[in-house]
Design a protein around this ligand. Sequence first.
Ligand code: NAD
Length: 488
Amino acid sequence: MIQTQLYIDGQWQSPIDRGTRAIVCPADESVIAQAAEATRADARLAIAAARKAFDGPWRQTTIRDRAKLLNKIADLIDRDAEKLAHLESLNTGKTLTESRTDMGDIAATFRYFAGLVASESGAVNEAPHHVISRTLREPVGVCGLITPWNYPLLQAAWKIAPALGAGNTVVIKPSNLTPLTTHHFTQLIAELDLPPGVFNLVTGGAEVGAELAESLDVDLVSFTGGAFAGESIMKAATGNFKRIGLELGGKNPNIVFADADLDAAVDYALNAAFFHAGQVCSAGSRLMVEDSIYDAFIGRLAERLPRIVIGNGFHGETQMGPVQSAQQHEKILGMVQAGIAEGARLVHGGKRPAGDVYKQGYWLEPTLLADVTAGMKIAKEEIFGPVITAERFRSEEEALRAANDTPYGLAAAVWTRDLDKANRMSRALRFGTVWVNDYHPYFPEAPWGGYKASGIGRELARIGLDEYTELKHSYINLAPKAMGWFGA
Ligand code: NAD
């Protein structure tokens, strides 16, 4: 049985009150680990260690040191990729193929930020000859990083790499449902000779996250998760006006016009909605199809859905794993029922699959609810499970209006062969990412984040590093002389 500990000030340790939490495999509900469950008191120790480290020798590291560190971390991720992928699948239920992809993306993220950090040099501004005016990027300070359960280590990497690369110190708090890969990652960090307190791991629940958000010694909080916690973090951050980055939920339209390549659009509609059992913030769960092809499109999906292989993520043939927790399982089933009550037509799924192997674990059939209309709750609220809601539209204007009529603005996709229409739509959709004739790709080089209630700030890309820096104007007068403004 795996036992995890906290990592504070360069030391592995148990929580002050010795709390633990059973970690459950969503595929069979077996207990796979006992994780340290910290409280606010542990979080305070970690914050103090990070503060001391930031105010100490860590400030003297050069960009070369930090770029080297990120590359070393990437090498260690590659070395342990298989172990990490197994842990991620065990803890989240996602297929091993998906977890292996995550590990590749994580190493790529560290290498990308290593390159960016190494290229940082500040700027010398035009100024009088006796003045040196420079624009400098400096670290923000102590960063509290709070991550969710759907992409535990990937989301952590998007934060840790730029935070350390920019010269900050960090306290990371993974979701207490899925701490295992972040714990293993911390073991990799412990192999390096970082000064104590630069990197701290505090596993626990909402109270640990709340302490990070409230603490006056934390300079920045970067959070990925739901709107409810996001709102309380934003309020708590006002205590010292700390910087915040929020990556929140989405309700992402996947819009198919009649002139699209339908074979590709049908195939991608499945991947958009059922990848990682739909537990993806950018999942294309809101399918919108042009009227003239709507019935045929629904028919083709209905034919494909029963063929999706649901099973344990470690089995080679599995295409879709379980959902994360009993709570999510119940919530998703409840939303499907609410959709049916609102008038949606259940085409497939909406229940636990039949068979003994699905009795234990949080299994759901891939679900298709057709004839949804834009006003229904299920067309507006995030489901975060393997459910497609399908709406019909009659014109480009109607599709655009309905797609934008959501509090969220994370990602959207448009399927059409008309490039002019593709361009018009991708400009008019109010979402942080708009794919045309594709779904899901993201790269470390491109920014990730949402409009409206999908969040504040961006991760990845240069801006994903800039978020962890303060901008300073350094002005040095080399030959000061009396100014005489108020006379002699
Ligand atoms: P959640 O908000 O319940 O929890 C996220 C993290 O915040 C966890 O570590 C949790 O322990 C912590 N937390 C909970 N309450 C807190 C509080 N009051 N103060 C501080 N920390 C608190 O979210 P979740 O259920 O773990 O994740 C699912 C949500 O995350 C979905 O809404 C999904 O869309 C979103 N998400 C967004 C992105 C993105 O890039 N925009 C990526 C992944 C997930």
